[in-house]
Design a protein around this ligand. Sequence first.
Ligand code: ZN
Length: 422
Amino acid sequence: MSDLTVNNELETQTLEWIATQQHIMQQDLWALAEINSGSYNVTGVNKVADTLAQWSKKLDCELEFIDMPAQDVVDDLGQLNQKPLGRALRLFKRPEAPTQVFFCAHMDTVFPIDHPFQKITQLEDDIINGPGVADLKGGIVVMFKALEAFERSPLQDQLGWEILFNPDEEIGSPSSSKLFPEIAQRHHLGLIYEPSFADGNLAGARKGSGNFAVVTRGKATHAGREHHLGRNAIRAMADFTCAIDNLNGQQKGITINPGFVQGGGAVNIVPDTCTMRFNIRIEHSEQQAWCEDQIAKIVANINTTDGINIELHGGFGRQPKVLSPANQELCKLVQSCGKSLGLSLEFLPTGGCCDGNNMAAAGLPNIDTLGVQGGNIHSADEYMHLSSLTTRSQLSALILLRLAQSKDLSWLQRKGMEHQSC
Ligand SMILES: [Zn+2]
């Protein structure tokens, strides 16, 4: 602790207390990461929510479970289905305090219940490998510890908070994204606990994203006897796929990725159905209209083919996160807190999306990579640095203490929200 330059005794005490919590944080992380909570494992996601509800007793806060509507999905056979999702959990405290912070962390992971990657393995003294240890169960542990530390301080009356634990971030927050505008309007800033980049730096601007599913339907016939009467759905999908892939490179910052295709069966039958899924990333919100327009033209063109019908589902779920002036100020605050801990933190743009996009779309400045330091996320090589449980909890605790101590938070002023400086 001797190399820390902190502003006052309270900050030093808080950081020292967090440093005594490393072992407890590791136990909490093990408990959470070894509950499978793949996005569609409703029982597992709900078990994580129940565990967090138990943990919330340490924070002495209010609690609400929120049922989430099922997700509409086009299955591999082109049929529209509904997939149930786990519940969201909302914790909140002191909604009357002058500064209000919206915390968010997702409970789901990309690893389904039948995935072989289910347990934590210690790789080195400071490094573990495990499902969701970085993305983002380590971040949940960090967030709780930072809030626990803040609640021990005499500054608590200056700052109220609300946490949203959502069940569906890894599939694009299809249901929970609808909660963001309402929650965002009662807060001044957002803090999200996605992992930092592997080198410890944080995410700044983020691209927007859209997920789409396309189904082509034709006519099945015997490939030998009546080939001329068949209408080949795979050929129509191939035309569609080439056409959208050709949009790549036409505008800077837009990428289109056909990522899944399924169709047909026996090779002596002209295939009558084909399903394809693709993702689009955009840098500016105006690019959404350009993409939608181009795709609509391609769909209309394929629909003129005799005997072929093409349906498009899905859309843009996340707007690009552009750093507003208030967001840039918030980045500076986080950098100065990092500096006090000996961390030199850069904010780097990324093509990836997260709920930071949803907060920004709701007008809320936010930092979305305050979780642990780790890497290889979304793979069975996912790892994290155990020591970052302490350093990142200290970082968040400092952010909260400095917000609560600040004499001037006018840069966080939001339209329609009276902010009283403390
Ligand atoms: Zn994540």
